[in-house]
Design a protein around this ligand. Structure first.
Ligand code: SF4
Ligand code: SF4
Length: 181
């Protein structure tokens, strides 16, 4: 044992240092927030509740390609489509089992049309599992509630590529003509 160690033991230096730290903390501003009374401002880019963005005419941007569903590691996205009168694809149902989601945002990255997003809303605890089964209507309502307008545009601009203005369908894009199997 060195002299330094002996001095430390005799004068209880470590305990004094610890108590000094405790005393100092008593006079510093607390960093703990009293949630839910105190909340942080929303964190941009936070991966929260899902939403389906709308086009200008109010309908869902989603074209039912199923890429989000294919890439989802939790397999919690289900897209049901049918064929319209002009051989266009119609998205009949778009559903997400939110309780299985791991918030990886692969679905957002994979979507070629910016047609699915993760909003910054995180306060959606509930007592029933049904509340976490998101239908197309619920997901569109989430867009209206949490992302519509400038906020949605900024979301794409800052966090996702291609940029939101690139998401419009090119006029010369071939129309899907599905074959009945
Ligand atoms: S965030 Fe990830 S886990 Fe959740 S729905 Fe999208 S792809 Fe699936
Ligand atoms: S949300 Fe995007 S990737 Fe998913 S089905 Fe719709 S268009 Fe395709």
């Amino acid at each position: 044992m060195t002299v330094k160690d002996i001095v430390k033991k005799v004068f209880l230096l470590e305990i004094i240092k610890g108590m000094a730290l405790t005393l100092r903390m008593m006079f510093t501003r607390p960093v703990t927030r009293q949630y839910p009374e105190e909340k942080r401002p929303p964190f941009p880019g936070f991966r929260g509740l899902h939403a389906l963005p709308r086009k200008e005419d109010g309908t869902a941007k989603c074209v039912g390609c199923g890429l989000c569903s294919a890439v989802c590691p939790s397999q919690c996205i289900k897209v049901y489509t049918s064929e319209g009168p002009n051989h266009e694809k119609i998205v009949d149902r778009y559903e997400i089992e939110v309780l299985r989601c791991v918030y990886c945002a692969f679905c957002v990255e994979a979507c070629p049309f910016g047609a699915v997003v993760l909003t910054d809303h995180y306060e959606y605890s509930d007592y029933s599992r049904d509340a976490f089964y998101m239908t197309k209507e619920k997901l569109l309502a989430n867009w209206d509630k949490f992302m519509a307008g400038k906020k949605g545009e900024e979301y794409f601009e800052r966090f996702w590529r291609p940029k939101s203005e690139d998401f419009t369908t090119p006029e010369n894009q071939p129309v899907f003509r599905g074959r009945r199997i």
